[in-house]
Design a protein. Structure first.
Lengths: 120, 681
């Protein structure tokens, strides 16, 4: 069965890019437009969460904290999407419990490499 | 990046610009509202981030400063002014113009962009960016082909798995960079009672030979580098070693024997007697080790447990190694039969070719020594009774010369040796007639083909119409069967009339020490060979109820007929509340009270008095000094089927008798009552 990835980003074009790229690699991608919507989609099967940091309603940091506090998603890998200028935010995300990160702008190959590193 | 994404971005960016505009106009009315500043910031942030992703570098660069300004507004370092709001509104118009330009309309005015940014800097005092955002980094394999070897010590943080990282995937990724040798460092694993299964206690020592630059290696660990111990050092590689990749650690042990064949023949001759002594000593050691394990399990002292486990592992390795020394390939034995086939062919006026396969298969020397006679017998049988004369073969549409195929292969802890011919095969009807003549079965008995074939193995049975010099004197297959059984093996026959016959000998790899499964029935312990068992499951009360008195259990949808050993051996023990069924590879089960676990079993031969006991293949000494019988599951099943047939004389469906033959049962019972009186040698 293919692994399920939740892509959380308020930018529809980012979500589309993530979905197309990872679908081509055989993953199943579900989407959420912000952290609050993502909270409703954390039920298994779910193998990886990719989240942007700046989002309305519930931002990436808040989402990461909620996931780490949720026993049903114990140990799930979380990748955050950051930008060069957001070093402090990156640190905040890591201490909240993010597993890894990708710095925007990134190539599709980089995205696939990070996903493979974390869930094979 | 494909146009599909560019178009999606354009649409999204226009929406975001609308959102930015709305936020700015609200902000003008309500300067202090952080929620509105946040909306404007997020719109700019997404335009910048996605713009860079999809190739709108000019938009990303232009938006960068605006994003910085709104980030500061958000954190309160700057205050919103109507000048700033107006400037940002015109910046939004400029971004829209850039989007228009990208979709082929008139070019955006670069001077206007620069003017807006200059004004923004004067207004807010932010510095010009140090440079354009760094282009995407891509790890590139080094152009030069020079291989480097790295020694890497990697100890992930204890919470690595909870943090979402599977360290094994990192090792796999590392393996993609080159040739990776992995050694586990398990020294930090605490005693079982203190283990938290969600924490990681292990570390790895890795040796990577790769052409990739060190940055690429570090990049694999980038997500965990802050939380793990990671040490990397280059090690020199010798040219020869680089050219001939050594096998990884786990494989090295197995391939050891093969490597010595290709290498210079550095072997020494040792008398078989010395090897026997070594194996005997290892056997003693295994017995003592079992006692140590028993004691350590009782004491529950982590120090002793650690030592006992280490000794257990070492004894196992020592046992395997010393057994391997006694292994010889079957080639010598097999090749000798070429001459036999040639000579017999002349005698019988038949042309027969001998086809040998799997001659490199290794078997314990003691087993090989005793294998010659049964194989000679089987080949003679095939030559004499199996293969037809050239005329008969032509008439049957077969090539005039016959083929006998002698093959060997491993199957778990057993070796299968097959003798098959393309002769006339077995005539089930002739077998039946003969069996009735000899009084082996009732004329009315209904027997399946395999049951008929098994009759050939009965003493004094032969289907040869004429008695020749070669075979067919009635001392047929039963002698072969006895020889094979003396080696703790078994015999199967299969074939179709007219197409040939295959006889399969199933032999244990060794006669000295095996991996056993220790089981308990009442107060008595028995050993079942681990190699022939598939799984242990609980025999539930529902299974028993559903079977309506038959001894049949459903295991994962399969029907498994079973023998309840306590009743089969008439041990008279009460049925416990819970029983366990051991499913054998042949999909039959043995039901015991409890499966206690693995046991390295030194096989001791039973004294002469117990030779006739079919279902017991030996005895062993347990850790607490008592003796346990080693049961032979195949013979248990055979015995149960035979006893079931005797009882019902009925159809050939597999039906197990609830109790075994009286002779075996009496002996085993006598043993369990007074196990110390038994003589083991």
């Amino acid at each position: 069965m293919s692994k399920v990835i939740l892509a959380v980003d308020d930018s529809a074009s980012m979500r589309q890019m993530v979905r197309f790229t990872l679908s081509e690699e055989g993953y199943t991608v579900i989407e959420a437009a912000d952290g609050r919507e993502a909270l409703g989609k954390l039920s298994p099967p779910l193998h990886l969460v990719i989240t942007d940091l700046n989002m309305p309603n519930l931002d990436g940091i808040g989402l990461i904290r909620s996931i780490r506090a949720n026993a049903a998603c114990k140990g799930i890998p979380i990748v955050m999407l950051t930008t060069e200028s957001q070093d402090a935010r990156k640190q905040e995300g890591r201490s909240a419990g993010a597993t890894g990160w990708i710095v925007k702008p990134f190539t599709r190959q980089q995205l696939v490499a990070v996903v493979k590193r974390l869930i094979g | 990046m494909s146009d599909r994404y560019r178009q999606a971005f354009e649409e999204e960016a226009r929406e975001l610009l609308g959102e930015l505009e709305a936020a700015l106009l609200e902000l003008d009315q309500n300067r202090e509202n952080p929620e509105i500043v946040g909306r404007a910031f997020r719109a700019l942030h997404t335009i910048k981030g996605s713009g860079a992703m999809f190739g709108f570098d000019n938009i990303a660069a232009f938006t960068h400063d605006l994003e910085t300004v709104f980030d500061r507004l958000r954190s309160g370092q700057l205050a919103a002014s109507s000048e700033l709001i107006n400037l940002t509104l015109s910046a939004g118009d400029q971004i829209r113009a850039m989007l228009d330009a990208a979709s082929g309309r008139e070019e955006a005015d670069a001077d206007r962009s620069a003017a807006i940014l200059a004004e923004l800097r004067t207004l807010t005092g932010i510095a010009a960016p140090a440079g354009a955002p760094r282009p995407p980094q891509r790890v590139q394999a080094s152009e030069t082909n020079s291989q480097c070897r790295w020694r890497i010590h990697f100890r992930p943080g204890a919470d690595v798995i909870l943090g979402g990282t599977n360290p094994l995937l990192l090792l796999r990724e590392l393996g993609e960079l080159g040739r990776l040798e992995v050694a586990l460092d398990s020294s930090a694993i605490p005693p079982l009672s203190e283990i938290d299964p969600e924490r990681c206690y292990v570390a790895w020592d890795l040796t990577l030979t790769t052409a990739a630059p060190p940055e690429a290696i570090r990049d694999v660990f980038i997500f965990v580098e802050d939380s793990c111990d990671l040490a990397m050092e280059p090690v020199p590689i010798e040219r020869a070693a680089a050219r001939e990749p050594a096998e990884s650690r786990s494989a090295a042990g197995r391939s050891g024997a093969r490597a010595s064949v290709t290498g210079a023949a550095s072997s020494i001759r040792v008398s078989a007697e010395k090897l026997d002594q070594l194996v005997n000593l290892v056997g003693e050691l295994v017995t003592v080790q079992a006692r140590l394990s028993e004691i350590s399990a009782r004491r529950d002292d982590p120090d002793i447990v650690a030592v006992a486990e280490e000794i257990d592992r070492l004894t196992g390795a020592l046992r395997e190694n010393s057994m391997r020394i006694r292994m010889l390939p079957l080639r010598g034995t097999f090749e000798r039969f070429r001459r036999l086939v040639h000579d017999l062919g002349i005698e019988l006026h038949k042309h027969v070719e001998l086809d040998i396969a799997g001659a490199e298969t290794e078997l314990d020397k003691t087993v090989i020594d005793q294998l010659n006679d049964p194989l000679v017998h089987l080949i003679r049988n095939s030559m004499d009774h199996g293969i037809e004369t050239a005329e008969e073969r032509r008439a049957a549409g077969k090539p005039p010369s016959g083929t006998i195929r002698l093959s060997a292969m491993h199957s778990g802890a057993q070796v299968l040796i097959r003798v098959s011919d393309d002769g006339r095969g077995l005539d089930a009807q002739a077998v039946r007639t003969r069996a009735v003549e000899r009084g082996l079965v009732e004329p009315s008995a209904q027997l399946s083909e395999s049951e008929l074939f098994s009759l050939i193995l009965a003493p004094g049975f032969s289907t040869a119409r004429e008695v020749t010099d070669v075979s067919g004197r009635g001392v047929g297959m039963d002698v072969v069967r006895r020889n094979v059984e003396a080696l703790r093996g078994s015999l199967e026959m299969a074939g179709k009339p007219g197409e040939g016959l295959t006889v399969t000998l199933r032999l244990p790899l060794t006669l000295a020490i095996i991996d056993g499964l220790l089981v308990r029935i009442g107060e008595t312990h028995f050993i079942l060979p681990l190699a022939s068992s598939l799984e242990c499951v609980e025999l539930t009360a529902r299974d028993i109820a559903n079977a309506h008195g038959n001894r049949i259990a459903m295991v994962r949808g399969r029907t498994v007929p079973y023998i309840r050993l306590s009743e089969y051996l008439r041990l008279g023990t009460p049925r416990p509340e819970r029983e366990q069924i051991m499913v054998m590879e042949t999909e039959e089960g043995q039901v015991v009270d409890e499966v206690l676990g693995n046991h390295q079993t030194v096989i001791k031969n039973l004294g002469r008095l117990y030779r006739h006991v079919q279902t017991v293949s030996g005895a062993t000494i347990l850790g607490n000094g008592t003796v346990a019988l080693i049961l032979d599951p195949h013979r248990l099943v055979q015995g149960a089927i035979e006893a079931g047939r005797d009882r019902r004389g009925g159809p050939g469906r597999k039906r197990f008798a609830p109790a075994g033959s009286m002779q075996d049962v009496d002996t085993i019972n006598a043993f369990t009552r007074k196990e110390n009186s038994i003589h083991v040698s």
